[in-house]
Design a protein around this ligand. Structure first.
Ligand code: 1CP
Length: 360
């Protein structure tokens, strides 16, 4: 493979030769031919890796996200270990919220906890827009990583307005998202003001990552599956569309992912995605029918399957590769993040199997 990079966007015709923009991962996102199906794992960096746990034993989660050196090391760990086709920036969806002045912490064993939940217009107004300077540590980490990664693409990411709003309105993780929905249905003007502000913050956070050199972005709307399609289209999609449309001319593919989104797959594509992430509940061939021919798919091994005996895992990986061939582009992944108890050697073996079984 040539090492030449052309800064030109990979979209609409002109092939880009060499560099991460010509990697199997980015090519699959653009529905171009690939030498093998690319694979990475959501939450590949993190608690399943002993080398991660060792680093984190001494540093808090948000402090590690704000240290470009630690972010670089933690992001590279799964790339070295598993031979995956892409790295994902080590950060968290709540990092831009802290930069916007929200008082929150990531509590071990719980997740993000917000000191003062946001439920009124006055509280929305206190969340300020961010500038690149507010997240300069992210810019620095991405630049360091791009230099280290060479041909391997780096994925940037952010949380989508609904999923971020859910943490802000609930004050922390929620199973039902009941307060979030109460605000959405009961005070739609507050809801839309909150999501508009979050879309603005998310777009700037992603643009910082794109300007610093990420090769793709993923917008995580992890909890959007809690909504009906009608409510998704009315209350959420317009805001996620602002984010995705704001990235349309950057030349990097946009992945849009949520859990339990079988009924939302078409809408999540229409929101402005190049790749739609699919959880394990919908086979990729059926998902492709819903999403249509203009977008690639990403997924979708059940993370719990990694605890099954190897022959069971192998059968499932091969099934997903076969069903993924129906899609105009397929990036192999899990249907949601790696669970902390996962044996990392199994992930390495899955990555190797995906490469070997899909080699063309
Ligand atoms: O101490 C620790 O290690 C904390 C665990 C942890 C980690 C490793 C949290 C707290 N965040 C992260 C990193 C992280 N978060 C990454 C980078 C790692 C990688 O992918 O390789 C990413 C992409 C995220 C994104 C994220 N954070 C999402 C969207 C993805 C998803 O899994 O759906 C969400 C919903 C969060 C919130 C969050 N942060 C942390 C936890 C435990 C949670 C979930 C809490 C809940 O259940 O609501």
């Amino acid at each position: 493979m040539s090492t030449a990079t052309t800064g030109s966007p990979a979209r609409d015709g002109e092939p880009v030769t060499g560099g991460p923009a010509d990697s199997p991962f980015v090519r699959a996102c653009w529905r171009r031919p690939v030498p093998h199906t690319p694979v990475w794992f959501m939450r590949q960096a993190g608690r399943s890796l002993p080398e991660y746990r060792e680093i984190r034993a001494e540093v808090g989660m948000l402090d590690s996200c704000r240290s470009p050196e630690l972010v670089t090391e933690i992001t590279l760990q799964p790339v070295r270990r598993h031979g995956v086709d892409a790295a994902i920036l080590f950060s968290d969806i709540v990092v831009p919220l802290t930069a916007a002045g929200v008082d929150l912490d990531i509590v071990p064993g719980t997740g993000p906890v917000v000191a003062e939940p946001v439920r009124t217009l006055g509280e929305v107004d206190r969340i300020r827009p961010i500038t690149a300077a507010d997240v300069s540590y992210v810019d620095e980490a991405v630049r360091m990583l791009v230099a280290e990664l060479g041909q391997t693409p780096l994925i940037g990411f952010a949380g989508a307005p609904f999923t971020l709003a859910s943490y802000l309105v609930e004050g922390g993780p929620s199973r039902t998202h009941s307060r979030t929905k109460a605000l959405m249905y009961g005070a739609p003007q507050v809801w839309h003001a909150l999501c508009a502000r979050l879309a603005e913050i998310t777009l700037e956070f992603l643009l910082v990552q794109v300007r610093a050199g990420v090769s793709a972005v993923q917008l995580f709307d992890s909890w959007a599956g809690a909504l009906s399609e009608a409510d998704y289209r009315r209350f959420v999609m317009p805001h996620s569309s602002v984010v995705l449309a704001g990235l349309a001319d950057t030349g990097v593919p946009r992945i849009h992912f949520g859990v339990g989104t079988a009924e939302l797959l078409a809408a999540m594509g229409e929101a402005g995605a190049d790749v739609v992430g699919v959880d394990w509940r919908t086979p990729l061939d059926a998902a492709t029918v819903r999403i249509g021919p203009d977008r690639a798919v990403q997924g979708n091994l059940d993370p719990c399957l990694l605890f099954a005996p190897w022959p069971v895992i192998e059968t499932e990986v091969r099934r997903i590769l076969t069903q993924g061939q129906v899609a105009p582009g397929h990036v192999f992944n899990l249907g949601h993040g790696v669970l902390p108890e996962t044996d990392p050697d199994v992930l390495t073996r899955v990555a190797a199997l995906v490469h070997e079984a899909s080699a063309r």
